[in-house]
Design a protein around this ligand. Structure first.
Ligand code: SAM
Length: 216
């Protein structure tokens, strides 16, 4: 059962989100598929500081959209300052929409997914990702449900697009090398930094989540 939206803090406290980033994330895989299938233009919804663009070899087709002016200032160009619920973009005009690590910020993610569906061309791709509630069990207790967790996300995307392709991950994908990195990881994940007390480093974390692809 899905829960509330994750609070938005990107303009008040951008250092929280910027505190830690994994060496490898989903962006590299998505950039590879976008290039292989020549998906242009790509709308990066909730682009943040532009990690997807930085993973793309050719960024000429990339367009970032975000509501945070603070993070948009750090992103490559072109960017559009807009709310994912109301995209100032023509229907049937976009080859791929990426909504990476962002749909849990909406109380009703289906409204944003429906906006993505509207702007996509017939045959265009939608891709989203999120974590599972039992992500990083070596460090964190099971998380309270959010509006877009890996447990429910494929069904939520399917409620708009119909068929979905899902790639799950459940593996020790992250190593926190020292206490400072452990602290930054906890901050970035909105967790209590006191959870670092007594934890031995380096620490390998089992990451659980999924990537969901859908075609219009
Ligand atoms: C966890 S960050 C992910 C950033 C980027 N997609 C990435 O993978 O690195 C979530 C992003 O969603 C953006 N966001 C949150 N609510 C939004 C909204 N209503 N409209 C557009 N973007 C939003 C935030 O500003 C932030 O940049």
């Amino acid at each position: 059962m899905s829960g509330p939206a994750v609070p938005y803090d990107y303009d008040d406290n951008p250092q929280r989100f910027l505190a830690w980033q994994p060496a490898e994330d989903v962006h590299e895989r998505i950039a590879e598929r976008v290039a292989r299938e020549r998906l242009v233009p790509v709308l990066d919804l909730g682009c943040g500081d532009g990690r997807l663009a930085r993973a793309m070899r050719d960024t000429s087709g990339w367009i970032g959209v975000d509501i945070s002016t603070t993070l948009l200032a750090l992103a490559p160009r072109p960017v559009v300052h807009a709310d994912g619920l109301h995209l100032p973009i023509r229907r049937n005009s976009i080859a791929a929409v990426a909504a990476l690590w962002m749909l849990y910020h909406f109380a009703e993610p289906t409204l944003v997914i429906a906006e993505a569906h509207r702007v996509l061309r017939p045959g265009g791709f939608f891709v989203a990702c999120t974590s599972a509630r039992d992500d990083a069990p070596e460090l964190l207790p099971p998380a309270n449900p959010t509006s877009f967790d890996a447990e429910d996300a494929p069904a939520i995307v399917a409620s708009v697009f119909g068929k979905v392709e899902v790639e799950h991950w459940d593996d020790q994908l992250v190593e926190l090398r020292d206490g400072a990195e452990l602290y930054r990881y906890l901050i970035q994940h909105l967790a209590d930094p006191n959870l670092a007390d007594g934890v031995e480093v380096p620490l390998r974390l089992t990451k659980r989540g999924c990537l969901i692809w859908a075609r219009k």
